[in-house]
Design a protein around this ligand. Structure first.
Ligand code: SF4
Length: 189
C-alpha cells in the first residue's frame, strides 16, 4: 500500500493520529506561535515532504500558519526560497531527504527551538504531559519513561507507538516518516 500524497485539508487529522511526538510538537508549535525557527522548519518541513505534501501545498501551509506574524510579501522574500530549496527547486537542486531519528536525536536545540527528539530533549515533566495528551495510559507512560532514563529514545518512541495504536511495531522506530507510514497502515487496515 502506498501513501503517496497528502493534502492540506487532511493534515490536521493525520497530525493527531499519525505524527510521532517530535513532529506533533513542531506542528502544534507552529499553530500556536505562527512561527518556527530554522531548525524546526527544516525538521517539520522535510518530514511533511516525506509524508507527501506537495511543494505548492507546503508553501500554502507555511504561509497560512505564519500569516498572523509574517506578511505575504515578507514570506515570499524570506521563507519561500528555503521551502523550494528543500524540494530541490532552488540552488543545487538537491532533493533533500527527511531527517532520521538518529539525526534528530543528536542535535542540540537552543533556547526557543522546538526541533529535536522530545524523548531526549524534553524535561521529564513536559514529556510525561505530552504522552498523556497523546493518550498513552499511565502504565505505558512508566514503561516509556524507563526507556528514556536508559537513553533508549527510539525504543521509548516505539513503546509510545504501540500504546497509542494498540498494535506492535516489531521493527522499532528509526525514522519519523516510518512512524507515519506504519501508523497509517495500522489505522487503514
Ligand atoms: Fe521523532 Fe524518532 Fe524521536 Fe520518535 S524517536 S520522537 S520519531 S526523532
Amino acid at each position: 500500500q502506498e501513501f503517496g500524497e497528502i493534502s492540506i485539508k487532511d493534515i490536521d487529522q493525520v497530525a493527531k493520529t499519525s505524527f510521532p511526538l517530535c513532529m506533533r510538537h513542531l506542528f502544534e508549535k507552529v499553530k500556536e506561535d505562527h512561527h518556527l525557527k530554522h531548525g524546526g522548519r527544516m525538521q517539520l518541513g522535510l518530514f511533511l515532504k516525506g509524508v507527501g505534501l506537495k511543494l505548492d501545498d507546503a508553501l500554502a501551509f507555511w504561509k497560512a500558519e505564519f500569516a498572523p506574524k509574517v506578511s505575504a510579501e515578507r514570506f515570499d522574500k524570506e521563507y519561500a526560497y528555503n521551502i523550494r530549496h528543500n524540494y530541490g527547486r532552488e540552488g543545487k537542486r538537491t532533493d533533500y531527504t527527511p531527517y532520521s531519528c538518529q539525526k534528530i536525536i543528536s542535535v542540540t536545540p537552543g533556547i526557543g527551538d522546538h526541533h529535536g527528539c522530545p524523548y531526549r530533549h524534553f524535561s521529564e515533566e513536559n514529556l510525561r504531559a505530552a504522552l498523556v495528551r497523546m493518550g498513552v495510559s499511565s502504565r505505558a507512560v512508566e514503561d516509556v519513561m524507563d526507556k528514556v532514563l536508559n537513553r533508549h529514545y527510539q525504543l521509548a518512541c516505539t513503546l509510545t507507538f504501540e500504546a497509542v495504536h494498540g498494535s506492535s511495531c516489531d521493527a522499532g522506530i528509526n525514522h519519523p516518516n516510518q512512524y507515519f507510514i506504519d501508523s497509517q497502515r495500522v489505522l487503514q487496515s
